[in-house]
Design a protein around this ligand. Sequence first.
Ligand code: KG4
Ligand code: ZN
Length: 378
Amino acid sequence: MAEGCILGIETSCDETAAAVVRGGEHLLSNVVSSQIATHQPYGGVVPELASREHLRAIVPVVRHALQQAEQSYDSVDAIAVTQGPGLAGALLVGISYAKALAFALEKPLITVNHLEGHIHAVLLEERQKGSFQVEFPVLALVVSGGHTHLFLAEEKREGWKYQNIGRTRDDAAGEAYDKVAKLLGLGYPGGPIIDGLAPHGNPRAVKFGPAQIKHRNRGTPKDQQTPHDFSFSGIKTAVLRYVETEGMREAVAARQQALASIPKPLLQDVLPLCDKKTLDLVASFQRSVVEDLVGKTLEAALERCARTLFVTGGVAANSELRRAFEREAVQNGLPVFFPSRKLSTDNAAMIAAAAYPKFMAGDFASPEFSAEAALPLR
Ligand code: KG4
Ligand code: ZN
């Protein structure tokens, strides 16, 4: 039987990534080409620029991943690619390339849901550490720049099945980090910067009310209503209001200007440009977001009798979120698992790992499939 050496390709947002994973658990290579420098001046991902950068990077990134894994185009057993959700133009670059490769090499092609990929990042690493027995149901918080979802997962014969029991009504948590960092003139992406700055401020200095979900189910079809929803646009507006009422605008503009001349600002570049008021605001924002994510996830876990927690996606790299989950989950007797920081943010190892059960089941894609920007996970 083929050992299932899968080449994964991921281009759903602003990282061009390729990786080779054997047997769903042996990571042979993991190459990520980030577009941060391209999007940095805009404070967020510009879709057209993302597609252009993927086109530029895809061939060398795949070649690099094969070389690092000591594999050739011919030696891999299958090619896996992200079908969605994500930016349509960006997804199409990876999909077109994967289809062409699979056709030319006569290899099976497997489509993967990006969100299932994030969940498999946890499994990949836990299995790599040794025998890992998952207790079901698993509650997975997938929290990134584009998503904030709670999935309740059960194991069925044909693989994991997911029920979406919570999602954000507006901004994703990572998007709130990015927008708050932008409006405070801290640079892009906001998550890692705010993560680094927050320990230097007082997290109780600014009081933000708990995230209110207004008009709970107005306009949402009944079959799409979920009981454990999030909302992060209110806190972003509250930070903006605070900046205005506290007269912080000039300081923000000065910081923005100072950082514009540094191509990839690090914490040591940003920290000296922040006064106490800014650091307190950043720390308070982070505390509020973390408390909300942890509180609602645990509430859902207890209500749905989850036996295991997974926390994954770009925001799962956040130090305070990890600490809070570890503390609270232990208190509630729930084991909690995260991917390493490298596999928390977008990568293709998670795509190759998620494709393995499909490879074993012979669940291959037909050549007609296309990108699905809003692909649901079920
Ligand atoms: O999973 P990811 O790479 O892409 C999406 O699928 O969206 O997540 C990127 C997001 C960005 O919003 C970024 O600011 C956030 O993850 N992020 C963090 C941290 N590292 C990345 N947020 C909080 N703390 C971090 N350390
Ligand atoms: Zn992602």
